[in-house]
Design a protein around this ligand. Structure first.
Ligand code: MRU
Length: 373
């Protein structure tokens, strides 16, 4: 993805010092573009928990690099001591954000890689670094591929509309910033736009943290894609008036039966889409499938965050980023960060292997190797 014509990923190893992981600190976007250095386990855990980085794929990639930092900083007196520390750091990362399954997946993948090499600390550190890069490269590649598959749906709608603008609604930020590159909900949009298809995106602002208004709008703007920011309750009205051709969202965890956990409010958009006969698609790399659970509403853990995110809002004022109180000071607030959209409301899942029905048959049809798990 380009930022002012320079290609960036959202996370990388510092060019002249591979002991340093660099990230774009997303708390400052869209007003400031700030790169942060991470060198300790605590810094990585804080970056995930306080959302300097966020979004399922990027949380996974950060955990992957976090495990490499854990390995660099672990005591090297014995392999046992080294492994004990790295495993404990992995548990620390897993506890930072419970809903996005990519986090647990990346930590476990690193632990398997560490266990696969000989009993030598240097060899383990080197395998951990390679695996962190592999997780990041794979994330970018899977998102690129799912973008190509998803663009075919947009192209079809464009043909049906004789080349008129295709209006797509999205919620939160499942864009380039939520992954290592390309994004999931946005990848098909970028691919379609690059092919010359006319698109316009309705961007839900996505309270309380406004990832739509601040991040999705910013990255679509960097790519030159026409878009309009709307408040979270507008989507149903637009759908009733024929102003939405399709909805595409991302997901933080999708069961192998097709239930989709995504940013709070997604379920309401899916209900409105169903009521108006509008296709509702979800983009995801396979790292976001949870192969162990069947019932998303009952089994996916829903993160609850601090009430201050609901009670306060921040933005640019006179060149400074300020936070202001919205509610009576003493009113309590609830901050449920995700909800689950049942598979019956999802038209299809767009993955790196292609598009499938949001059902056990559909998902396992694309990933037959998961059948016995
Ligand atoms: O709380 P966040 O910002 O980490 O939430 C993630 C999201 O932005 C969304 O839920 C997104 O649509 C899916 S993550 C790719």
């Amino acid at each position: 993805m380009k930022v002012q014509d320079k290609h960036y990923r959202t996370i990388w190893l510092k060019e002249d010092d591979s002991h340093v992981v660099q990230i774009i600190d997303q708390r400052h976007l869209p007003h400031r573009f700030i790169i942060e250095d991470l060198t300790t386990v605590d810094e990585v855990a804080i970056a995930i928990e306080d959302m300097h980085v966020r979004g399922a794929g990027l949380i996974g990639a950060t955990a992957g690099y976090g495990m490499y930092i854990a390995a660099l900083n672990a005591p090297k007196s014995s392999v046992q001591e080294f492994m004990k520390n790295v495993k404990a750091d992995g548990e620390k990362f897993k506890a930072t954000r419970p809903t996005a399954v990519n986090l647990e997946w990346a930590v476990n993948r690193q632990l398997e890689a560490l266990q696969s090499v000989e009993d030598n600390v240097d060899a383990k550190i080197s395998v951990c670094r390679e695996m962190a890069n592999t997780i990041a490269d794979e994330d970018a590649d899977f998102c690129r591929r799912l973008g190509i598959h998803g663009a075919s749906i947009i192209e079809e709608i464009s043909k049906r509309k004789s080349g008129e603008v295709v209006n797509i609604l999205t919620h939160c930020n499942a864009g380039w910033l939520a992954f290592v590159d390309y994004g999931t909900a946005t990848a098909p949009i970028y691919a379609a736009f690059d092919k010359g298809i006319k698109v316009h995106v309705w961007v839900d602002e996505t309270r309380p943290r406004n990832q739509g208004a601040s991040l999705t709008a910013w990255e679509l703007g960097q790519h030159g894609i026409p878009h309009t920011v709307i408040v979270d309750n507008v989507g149903g009205h637009l759908m009733q008036h024929g102003l939405v051709d399709m909805v595409i969202t991302g997901t933080d965890r999708t069961t192998f039966t097709g239930d989709v956990a995504n940013k709070i409010g997604t379920y309401l958009k899916a209900l409105a889409a169903k009521d108006n006969g509008i296709p509702f698609y979800v983009g995801l790399p396979s790292s976001t499938f949870d192969w162990k659970i069947r019932d998303g509403v009952k089994e996916i853990p829903i993160e609850q965050r601090d009430a201050t995110e609901v009670k306060y809002i921040s933005g640019l004022h006179d060149g400074e980023i300020k936070s202001v109180l919205l509610t009576p000071e003493n009113s309590p607030a609830g901050n449920y960060a995700f909800d689950v959209t049942p598979s019956r409301l999802v038209t299809g899942l767009i993955t790196e292997r292609g598009i499938c029905e949001a059902s056990e048959e559909g998902v396992l049809g694309l990933y037959p190797e998961k059948k016995s798990k």
